[in-house]
Write a protein that binds this ligand. Structure first.
Ligand code: DX5
Ligand code: ZN
Length: 230
């Protein structure tokens, strides 16, 4: 799908909840994808970790490519890896609609963002809790999506760090209207509303979906919290 069509799809229905596949049952990956698709998820967020940029390992482009055809849901690859430039082509070839790289992982994130856009995909830039918004200022025009980490990347199930709210507010005043503001880490019924109020419009959610038996109910409850906060 073309970048502009993906952007339209992401923005036309209001806030988007993206299940974080890090928290799914990998032994039943195909069934998990089907369950999320039926529950109405619009985006699946794939946490890619290399045991180097973050102290955990997950999966790479071959796994994403293997399941790409199983669903029409948009795929967002969150690359928590060193030297993302070495693997970028693989994630593009795997059919990721959004590719998000970490500011801290590359010397020149701007060049990578341009490359993602040249491939007609959405370019995302993530920042760790310790990175100030000011570090991104010059690159914001190159970003289709800015991802504020509200935990140290590496593991699901951590507590939300409220400093993310301040960053979302700051970013909201800096980015153009079409830019997606995403937040990732510790997002659940208590924290999703404040994030929506602070300006987030895409919410990455792991535990608060996968720890519940009914994904549709989890998505509906979280959506209601966003609407109540608006
Ligand atoms: C953490 C990942 C997150 C994480 C979210 O490094 O980027 O996507 O899996 O999981 P929860 O919602 O449990 O914090
Ligand atoms: Zn993530």
């Amino acid at each position: 799908m073309h970048r502009q069509d993906v952007l339209k799809r992401l923005t036309r229905q209001g806030p988007v909840i993206a299940p974080s596949m890090l928290k799914c049952d990998f032994g039943r990956l195909a069934a998990e994808i089907d369950a999320l698709t039926s529950a109405g998820a619009m985006v699946m967020h794939w946490d890619v970790m290399d045991g180097h940029f973050v102290p955990n390992l997950t999966y790479g482009a071959p796994v994403i490519a293997a399941v790409r055809e199983q669903t029409g849901v948009l795929f967002d690859a969150h690359l928590m890896i060193a030297e993302p430039e070495r693997y970028l082509d693989d994630f593009l070839a795997a059919g990721c609609d959004i590719v998000t790289v970490h500011y801290e992982a590359v010397a020149d994130a701007g060049a990578l963002l341009s490359k993602i856009r040249e491939a007609d995909r959405l370019a995302g830039l993530a920042i760790n809790p310790g990175t100030p918004v000011e570090a991104l200022t010059g690159m914001l025009p190159e970003c289709d999506l800015v991802l504020v980490m509200s935990v140290e990347p590496g593991f699901g199930g951590q507590s939300f760090q409220p400093g993310a709210l301040l960053k979302l507010r700051e970013l909201k005043s800096l980015v153009s209207a079409g830019t997606i503001l995403a937040v990732d880490g510790g997002i659940g019924p208590e924290t999703i509303g404040p994030c929506a109020e602070a300006g987030a419009n895409l919410f990455v959610v792991g535990s608060a979906i996968f720890d519940r038996p009914d994904y549709q109910a989890a998505l509906d409850d979280l959506t209601a919290k966003i609407q109540a906060a608006a």
